[in-house]
Write a protein that binds this ligand. Structure first.
Ligand code: ZN
Length: 349
């Protein structure tokens, strides 16, 4: 554990991933939103947006900050765009997470990472702040699920190649001063047999020999229509995590990031990962209603029954890129204020 992480206060707050982009950079409240700035201006515009996003987080009292994913269009595809072996002109329509159709690029040869993808952005963020930084990367299984594979013809083999590439990137991010590398694996909530067979192993391969902390974010997706409709089919109790947690508890991953606010996940499932740090989602990203600090505090108190206070990291359910900046900032403030209520209760005892 490094010094920045050691010095964190009790119940340190963070976000699961993306934050809204300024309206001059990309069309707001939209996933895969196109850039509104020309190619020449784009690099410096992204840096300006990163500074703004950091400022919003700091002002809202967020303890573990991120780039707000200001430099990427999408949490999976932007990483894949930088790899060799993937053809973006040769597209196929696939069903992502068995849920919604999307036109995706094709794997046409051996995949490799000719150069680092986010390391310069991470160095830039490191220059702007002394706070701990969390950096999100897509997980191997979720990457596989966002492509058409005409080369390996095996999800497992392709995931393993991606895991090696992600590990190279994560090592460079850690050297650049990133304190936590988080792998986003929403696909874990869908493909349970794959998780058992190779998903967690591939994730551990991506985390191998990292000098920073490692996390995995497993959610029920952004608040887009396809995900909201899927959630309606899941019944009154969402027990997907129950299938994953025993194996995850045994894994080398340090942190597990979960969706808990307004979701139908029974809180007691968190007991199954006792010993891990848990980023408890206490902010619903699928609604414009801003939680009250007391609602956040309630969710955290419930979670405290199943996770030790020193391992509880209050967080958002998922990324907030589809929300307006005003709503997202309000939610971040509520998260901080709610965490402060519970922090005072614990420390006052
Ligand atoms: Zn998510």
């Amino acid at each position: 554990m490094n010094e920045r992480i050691e010095q964190l206060k009790l119940l340190p707050t963070s976000t699961a991933g993306s934050l809204p982009k300024p309206s001059w950079l990309a069309t707001p409240e939209k996933l895969w939103s196109p850039w509104l700035v020309d190619d020449e201006q784009l690099p410096s515009a992204k840096q300006d947006a990163l500074i703004l996003s950091l400022h919003d987080q700091v002002q809202a009292g967020i303890d573990i900050v991120s780039d707000g994913e200001q430099t990427r269009q999408h949490f999976v595809t932007t990483f894949i765009e930088h790899l060799d072996g993937v053809d973006f002109t040769n597209r196929e329509t696939v069903k992502i997470r068995d849920r919604y159709e999307a036109s995706v690029p094709t794997v046409v040869g051996a995949v490799s990472r000719p150069k680092s993808v986010f390391v310069d952005d991470a160095k830039f963020l490191r220059q702007q702040t002394d706070k701990p930084i969390k950096w999100a990367l897509p997980g191997p299984m979720t990457m596989v699920d966002t492509l058409y594979d005409a080369h390996y013809k095996s999800r497992e083999k392709l995931a393993w190649e991606f895991a090696k590439i992600l590990n190279e990137e994560a090592k460079e991010l850690a050297s650049a001063g990133v304190d936590i590398v988080q792998f986003d694996e929403p696909a874990f909530n869908v493909f349970f047999d794959d998780v058992d067979d190779w998903g967690i192993e591939a994730l551990e391969r991506a985390c191998e020999d990292l000098s920073c902390e490692t996390g995995v974010h497993i959610c029920y997706g952004y608040g887009i229509e396809a995900n909201n409709n899927w959630k309606k089919t899941l019944g009154s109790e969402w027990r997907q995590y129950e299938r994953l947690f025993p194996k995850l508890q045994q894994s080398s991953i340090d942190i597990v990031s979960l969706e808990c606010q307004n979701s139908h996940v029974p809180m007691d499932l968190i007991e199954l990962i006792r010993g891990k740090k848990v980023m408890v989602g206490a902010i619903d990203v699928a609604t414009n209603d801003i939680e009250t600090p007391e609602q956040v505090a309630d969710t955290l108190r419930q979670a405290l029954q199943f996770v030790d206070a020193e391992n509880l990291y209050p967080c958002t359910n998922c990324g907030m890129t589809p929300l307006s900046r005003q709503v997202a900032t309000g939610k971040l403030r509520a998260l901080s204020a709610g965490a402060e209520i519970v922090r005072s209760e614990i420390l006052g005892q």
